[in-house]
Design a protein around this ligand. Structure first.
Ligand SMILES: [Zn+2]
Length: 242
């Protein structure tokens, strides 16, 4: 044998991806996921440049629900087109909003707050939140999610909700916070559906899966660092830490 390849390159080529979650198989935890029957539908729009296969959670999130769709792209003409079925009343869908409104600035301690176009708390929280039949999540870095927001005008017809999570993201230092509320897609989905359906076990199931995913990531990073590269610095916001 005269040809030599680097052992790292060989190892990467030899490892297949899971067809369900899209992760390299050593990082896959699909076996442990049981789909939940939820009343509220979930649509996850993923920016095409979000390619964090190791730490991304969009497809893993969707696997937890019988009624969840992941679409990769930049724009769709309507909610119905994005979802792949007819939605009669987009105002009964809510987009997890990324604008400047922060729950900590609003006078509420709710974990989910419906806001209006001015970023103010909607007066009829309960009526709006109890009427929601579907959630749209934007998956990607903060700037990618903002691009999705601006390119999909139909989202203006949806409700806007923001989150005030009681605890920080489980990503910890593994990934800089991709969203203003600091949560991963899987944590945001768990918090939203658990609260809207009043089923805390939904958040528990999703958080437990996320913990398993992160534990697997750390194991693989120790054994096969080429499969779970250390996260690069992300550019979505420049925040001075004092
Ligand atoms: Zn998988």
């Amino acid at each position: 044998m005269s040809e030599q390849s680097t052992p790292q390159a060989g190892a990467i080529e030899a490892v297949a991806d899971c067809p369900h979650c899209g992760k390299p198989l050593p990082l896959c935890i699909c076996d442990s996921v049981t789909p939940i029957e939820s009343k509220i539908s979930l649509l996850i729009l993923q920016h095409p440049q979000e390619q964090d296969r190791a730490l991304g959670t969009a497809r893993l999130t969707a696997m937890h629900f019988k009624d969840a769709v992941v679409k990769i792209g930049l724009s769709w003409p309507s909610l119905s087109k994005a979802l792949g079925r007819t939605v009669h009343d987009p105002s009964r869908w809510a987009v997890l909003y990324l604008g400047s409104a922060k729950v900590s600035d609003l006078e509420t301690d709710a974990e989910i707050v419906a806001i209006n176009r001015k970023g103010e708390v909607e007066p009829h929280q309960r009526a709006i939140l109890s009427d929601i039949e579907g959630i749209v999540l934007l998956d990607g870095t903060w700037s990618q999610a903002k691009a999705l927001w601006w390119r999909n005008a139909w989202m203006l017809k949806c409700q806007r909700v923001i989150l005030g999570p009681k605890r920080p993201s489980r990503y910890g230092k593994l990934r800089k916070e991709p969203r203003r509320d600091g949560l991963s897609t899987i944590e945001a989905a768990g918090l939203l559906l658990a609260a809207l359906e009043k089923r805390p076990e939904i958040a528990e199931a999703l958080n437990a899966s996320f913990d398993r995913m992160l534990a697997r990531y750390r194991e693989v990073q120790a054994d096969m660092p080429e499969l779970a590269p250390k996260p690069k610095k992300r550019d979505y916001r420049r925040r001075k830490r004092g």
